[in-house]
Design a protein around this ligand. Structure first.
Ligand code: PLP
Length: 359
């Protein structure tokens, strides 16, 4: 067996330790005689798995009881709609447009509420986080939506906008639990699990319960109401049991390795290695403005399509996979999520140096 370094943007690498443990438990989970995949979600054993996972999430991010932690499906994409459907009271929401996903979120929200774009970096092709000071936030907006880490463009907010008490709704799909979280700053956080915390199929939602509208249009399916999932403990129907189980293991791994502070230290170190190499390189550069650089997704290019293609091919031969940039972006993108070991980044940097030298 040989494992590669997988720099894919998502689904992405998971801690090897987690995969080994899951493999060991595959046929017989802790003496149950069956796999977690095969057991009832309403049984005693699974009940413990889901409750412990929630508890570990709460501990890791210090999430108090007035926030619900929900295990949903439909990806971050469904949250583009569910958030405005469930949080709209005055019927206005302000969006900060920082890339592809933020645009999608705003477009979907516009079906349910009056959306205003209060900042955007589209003019500079999303190469930065726009200026977040002096935002023209409407006083009666239900929420301000941000996408904190822009997976495709490789930019990240390193501080949150001051919304003057208006709840912040944050798409954290590609940065959730990569650094400590000040939960009080948020009304709602959502994240598809498949980038930083688990397998595809699970969407994590953390929401301040008092913000949820309870008088919703009768036509809205129960599955799309947060209150349904709160009441049923994420068990209105069969939850994505295996994805929750693996995410639970990732949470235990995070706790063991220094919590979110530990993750942040490792992520800063890893991204630092790669950005340093890019800053020194004569061949490659990052198109992202320095103060907006993402610690999670490092986008770079030689500026020459043929050279980039050569580089990607050579990387694959060395077991460095998934570094091709997003289809509309070209170039390279190395995703350095929590589970990417430092050795992977070192191998990539060493290959970059060799590649440049050999030209
Ligand atoms: C991947 C991604 C999405 C889409 O997630 P799905 O789970 O596939 O719906 C949304 N937002 C961001 C920031 C992403 O990185």
């Amino acid at each position: 067996m040989s494992r590669v370094f997988n720099f894919s943007a998502g689904p992405a690498c998971l801690p090897e330790e987690v995969l080994r443990e899951a493999a060991q438990e595959m046929l017989d989970y802790q003496g149950s005689g069956m796999s977690v995949m095969e057991m009832s979600h309403r049984g005693k054993i699974y009940d413990r798995i889901i409750k412990e996972t929630e508890q570990d999430i709460r501990e890791l991010a210090s999430i108090p009881e007035d926030y619900a932690v929900l295990f949903l499906q439909g990806g971050a994409t469904l949250q583009f709609a569910m958030a405005p459907m469930n949080l709209t009271k005055s019927g206005k929401a302000d969006y900060i447009i920082t890339g592809h996903w933020a645009k999608k979120a705003a477009a979907e929200a516009a079906r349910y509420t009056d959306v205003k774009e209060i900042a955007s970096s589209e003019d500079s092709k999303f190469d930065r986080i726009p200026d977040l000071s002096n935002l023209d936030i409407r006083a009666d907006a239900d929420f301000v939506h941000v996408c904190e880490n822009n997976t495709i463009y490789g930019t990240q907010m390193h501080s949150l906008p001051d919304t003057g008490g208006i709840p912040l709704v944050s798409d954290q799909s590609s940065c959730v639990f990569s650094r400590p979280l000040d939960i009080a700053r948020f009304g709602l956080i959502y994240a598809g699990a498949q980038k930083n915390i688990g397998p595809a199929g699970l969407t994590l939602v953390i929401v301040r319960k008092d913000l949820i509208k309870t008088e919703l249009d009768e036509a809205i399916p129960l599955m799309l109401r947060y209150d349904t999932h709160i009441k049923s403990g994420s068990m209105h129907n069969t939850p994505p049991t295996y994805a929750i189980y693996i995410t639970g293991k990732v949470m235990k791994w995070l706790k063991k390795t220094g919590g979110l502070k530990g993750a942040q230290q490792r992520n800063e170190e890893k991204a630092g290695l790669l950005y340093d190499a890019l800053d020194k390189s004569q061949l490659f550069h990052s198109p992202v403005k320095k103060d907006s650089r993402s610690l999670m997704n490092v986008v770079f290019t030689s500026g020459d399509e043929a050279v980039d293609a050569d580089f990607i091919k050579g990387a694959e031969e060395r077991g460095l996979l998934g570094i091709k940039g997003y289809r509309t972006m070209g170039g390279m993108r190395a995703s350095l999520y929590n589970a990417m070991p430092k050795a992977g980044v070192e191998a990539l940097v060493s290959y970059m140096t060799d590649f440049e030298r050999s030209r």
